[in-house]
Design a protein. Structure first.
Length: 431
């Protein structure tokens, strides 16, 4: 009986195998498919040529977010961009190019003759939403060596709103690109930031803080501008009285003092630190750069060693013929490059609008504090008589506050006479 049972089991297994084999043969004949002429995808191998350089890629596209983007909010967020760019159709180039119609336009295309960096010029293709998102996240990472000094916008929501606004400015329909922003390294903990601060460079911080100077003064006793004077800010009370500056209610709610760690949190994302703040700046995504800036702010406490680092005053003014001779030999092109910093507060093209300071086209030989499109000059400058000669421009650029005590010009001056001569040579060419 036992042998009979084993025989049945073996017969069942054999039958199942035969059925499976026959089913496979029938299925192959019934559902035979043709081999595709071209594979659906190709697996890369080491023998293939290396890919051409291209923008960094990231996991997801922001295109689906554009449908919900706020164009009006995007427009308001570009206030800080307007320091270096114009957005109106046919607007002039400034430190950066005019951005009307940049959405869908070719990367580093000719925009009114703007001189793009070689770092950006090597990229081909067009500005898709995703590539714009990569760029706005971290320009220096997108194109190492770019002339764009802006640190980037860490908030994806803000970037999407800005891109939606750019799309409204004569933007062309574009294909969806796969590129998206490079991942931003995760923030280090408090111990990590303390270590960064110990290694930070105040000199680098001073250079990075140039953008702060648009809205703040940093010298001792300097006036408040759009934002308060920042001299001695480290260790001071949050929202303390700084020359009568009107702090937002959002910042007044904060207690304590500005420690380096608290300043790090503020500089990373002001709107997150104090929701409702009047500070429109998006923040600085690089923790290393924030550490450099804070190390520089630490030097601004009125200590003797900080004062010793200030640029030495320019030598006594040379005779008119001496400076005139320097101007004659100076390079107009080098002067134009050096005057980039002037473009933060002034326009230099014919008929350009006034900004924080007046338009400077045709300033040489013009009357001091003359009417320049209705610009409101300080009483200190209005007291000056005569016209802007080469020597007076030299004296002004050496130390504006000494030339006209009480001037609204917050710029500290240019200690290098050679650089002043180059800038004056460039201003002389603007006629």
């Amino acid at each position: 009986m036992r042998a009979f049972e084993w025989t049945k089991i073996l017969a069942s297994i054999l039958t199942a195998l035969i059925v499976a084999m026959v089913s496979g043969i029938l299925a192959e004949h019934l559902y035979r498919t043709a081999k595709p002429a071209k594979p659906a995808f190709v697996v890369a191998s080491a023998r293939h040529a290396a890919p051409q350089p291209g923008p960094p890629r990231a996991p997801k596209s922001i295109v689906p977010l554009l449908a919900k983007a706020d164009v009006k909010k995007g427009e308001s967020l570009t206030t800080v961009c307007q320091i270096c760019h114009t957005f109106n159709k046919g607007g002039p180039n400034k430190i950066g190019p005019n951005l009307y119609g940049v959405y869908g336009g070719a990367i580093a295309e000719d925009r009114g003759g703007f001189d793009f960096s070689s770092a950006l010029a090597k990229y081909k293709g067009i500005w898709t939403p995703d590539l714009l998102n990569v760029w706005l996240t971290d320009p220096a990472k997108f194109a190492p060596g770019t002339k764009m000094t802006f640190a980037g916008i860490p908030s994806e929501k803000q970037r999407v709103d800005i891109i939606a606004y750019l799309r409204s400015l004569g933007g062309k329909p574009v294909p969806i690109a796969k590129a998206a922003p490079p991942s931003v390294p995760s923030a280090k903990g408090p111990a990590g930031f303390a270590a960064l601060l110990a290694k930070a460079s105040p000199q680098k911080g001073k250079s990075a803080a140039v953008v702060c100077g648009i809205c703040h003064t940093l010298n001792k006793g300097g006036p408040n501008k759009i934002g308060p004077n920042l001299y001695g800010i480290v260790g001071s009370k949050v929202a303390e009285d700084r020359g009568g500056f009107a702090f937002s209610a959002a910042l007044k709610k904060k207690e304590g003092v500005w420690t380096p760690e608290l300043l790090n949190e503020w500089l990373k994302d002001p709107a997150k630190f104090a929701p409702g703040t009047k500070m429109a700046f998006a923040g600085i995504p690089s923790e290393e750069q924030r550490a450099d800036i804070i190390s520089y702010l630490e030097t601004l406490g009125g200590k003797p060693k900080a004062a010793a680092k200030a640029p030495a005053p320019a030598p006594a003014k040379k005779a008119a013929s001496g400076f005139s001779a320097l101007v004659e030999k100076a390079s107009v092109e080098q002067g134009k490059s050096a005057a980039v910093v002037c473009g933060i507060c002034h326009t230099l093209n014919k008929g350009g609008p006034n900004k924080i300071g007046p338009n400077l086209y045709g300033i040489l030989s013009a009357k001091i504090a003359e009417d320049r499109g209705g610009f409101a000059f300080s009483a200190a400058l209005k007291k000056k008589k005569g016209v802007w000669t080469l020597d007076l421009l030299n004296e002004w650029l050496t130390n504006p506050a000494k030339f006209a005590p009480g001037t609204k010009m917050a710029f500290a001056g240019i200690p290098s006479e050679k650089k002043r001569a180059q800038i004056v040579a460039y201003l002389k060419s603007l006629k």
